[in-house]
Design a protein around this ligand. Structure first.
Ligand code: ADP
Length: 208
């Protein structure tokens, strides 16, 4: 019996490692396909409020476990914008997992969606000011040092202090996130104060 239990927990841990590795491989493949422009956008007009709120439910049990308050605010019940749903969910997943990873127990994560106008590079490469929707993921976590902020979206970049054991990662997530936002002709920025928290702000232009 003790042997059986032991094997079970080893298998469980092997399974989790395999899933994590599979996730990483998929992210690397996505990133390399994006680089060679082999990923295209399959966008449809979506209510970003509902899509975001629905997706956040998959993070509720993790938030409970970590005793983190997960809040959501929307400017209106319905904000329509063209999104590639699968890619939008990857963007959200990356921002939320990072927020979870770098926020201590008892902290807070707030997500909001609201209308905004911003400067983008449109399909023809022209600079344009357009109306659209902003997704904001803010946390009360460890924050990012100001000298590290300019590199945060670079591939394989990790801003953290390596001695913090819970900061396991690869530095791929945000590079992929930025590529996926760019694919929507949007933009993403970060605001952070070390020791106080971080906000990742993604903009998605309105119209087709
Ligand atoms: P990973 O999390 O796998 O290291 P990412 O590309 O997702 O890779 O993030 C790069 C780095 O940016 C992280 O290593 C971390 O130092 C920093 N970072 C990202 N999100 C946050 C956050 N919400 N709070 C503090 N630091 C963050």
């Amino acid at each position: 019996k003790p042997y059986a239990d032991n094997n079970k927990s080893k298998l469980g841990s092997m399974h989790r490692s395999a899933l994590r590795l599979q996730g990483l491989i998929n992210e690397l493949l996505d990133l390399s396909k994006l680089e060679f422009k082999k990923i295209s956008l399959t966008a449809s007009e979506e209510n970003i409020v509902k899509v975001t709120q629905d997706y956040m439910q998959s993070f509720e049990s993790l938030a409970d476990q970590r005793k983190i308050r997960l809040g959501f605010q929307a400017q209106a019940a319905e904000l329509m914008v063209f999104l590639d749903l699968e890619k939008y969910r990857k963007i959200l997943a990356n921002l939320l997992s990072n927020a979870m990873k770098f926020t201590e127990e008892g902290g807070e994560i707030n997500v909001s969606v609201s209308t905004k106008s911003s400067t983008i590079h449109d399909r023809t490469g022209e600079v344009a000011i357009v109306d659209g929707v902003e997704l904001r993921v803010s946390d009360s976590g460890i924050g990012i040092a100001s000298e590290k902020l300019p590199h945060i979206f670079d591939r394989f970049y990790q801003a953290g202090d390596k001695s913090r054991t819970h900061q396991t990662g690869t530095g791929i997530g945000l590079a992929l996130t930025k590529e996926l936002v760019d694919l929507h002709y949007g933009n993403i920025i970060v605001e952070s104060v070390q020791g106080e928290g971080s906000s990742f702000i993604a903009f998605f232009p309105g119209g087709k």
